[in-house]
Design a protein around this ligand. Sequence first.
Ligand SMILES: NC(=O)c1ccc[n+]([C@@H]2O[C@H](COP(=O)([O-])OP(=O)(O)OC[C@H]3O[C@@H](n4cnc5c(N)ncnc54)[C@H](OP(=O)(O)O)[C@@H]3O)[C@@H](O)[C@H]2O)c1
Length: 293
Amino acid sequence: MTGATSGFGNITVQHLAEVANARVIVGARGENRTLPSGVEVIPVDLASLTSVREFVNAVIKAIGTNKIDILILNAGLHGSPAEDKSEDGYGLTFAVNHLSHYLISRLLLPYMSDNSRMVITSSNMHNPPFKVLAPKRLELDEWSHPTAGGNGTGVRSYIASKLCNLMTALYLSRLKEVKEQNVHIIAFNPGLTGSVVGRDASKLQKAIVKIITGTIFPILSLFKPEFKKNKAEHSGKMLADVALGNIVPPAGKIYVSLVRGIPTYPDPSELASNIELQGKLWEKSAEMVGLKR
Ligand SMILES: NC(=O)c1ccc[n+]([C@@H]2O[C@H](COP(=O)([O-])OP(=O)(O)OC[C@H]3O[C@@H](n4cnc5c(N)ncnc54)[C@H](OP(=O)(O)O)[C@@H]3O)[C@@H](O)[C@H]2O)c1
């Protein structure tokens, strides 16, 4: 699992660690992480494709002849300015949220067990009815190499990356090898959760968002359920339930979206559902991470 050291992912990993005989491996950067005892940590900095490859190789070595039953790709930045770049020179949010997880999903797919689950955290913000800033078209050049004030910066970089997470999940779900291996691909939207902005936000951003989410959002949520905030404990438990197979999307659906904390199965946006554009994202992402299609 990535994104287990903070936010609702930190709750999810606690539930996973409680499963009898489960071996839980977390990919995390830095030191002093609060993780349940028994959880193994393999270092990864998702802002570096070299680090991601080293992480994947270490996971493969660690599992030996065993297979992976659950892969959760949950880490995420909540947006970054144009000047913030990954080690490989891509827009930081696009690289951390999308490219690194794209690469992990592809490299670890052959190591998934029969009837396993791969969960990628997306967001309902990818969808224009929920977020006016949601992309209306695929702008991969801008998202991968953001320009100052462009659509690959700030909150728009975040929303674009969450769209890419969802499109990747949809593309993955149709792959021949995914069907043959019986891997269940799921995209998860936790809805507004916890502090909403994420721990990487500045103090000013956090203060502004706290005021807005504490005053305007509760009123808006009376009419628009997407403004109802979930507690990290709840979204974290829901993500664990999705990963453990306690919450199962109906046949033909892969997108689980919490609305007022309850799992729903809406259609992804028109753009996210565009099969041709999913293929374009897949191929361009392969080029960017140095994989064959
Ligand atoms: N909160 C919401 O309202 C909301 C709504 C929709 C979707 N989401 C999505 O849900 C997921 C979790 O959100 P959250 O609010 O719980 O986030 P969060 O508290 O900010 O946690 C983000 C996680 O990502 C990890 N991470 C960030 N950059 C990394 C890097 N370069 N290398 C390795 N790990 C890195 C962090 O690790 P460190 O501990 O090292 O920082 C942390 O574990 C994200 O994908 C987010 O986009 C959140």
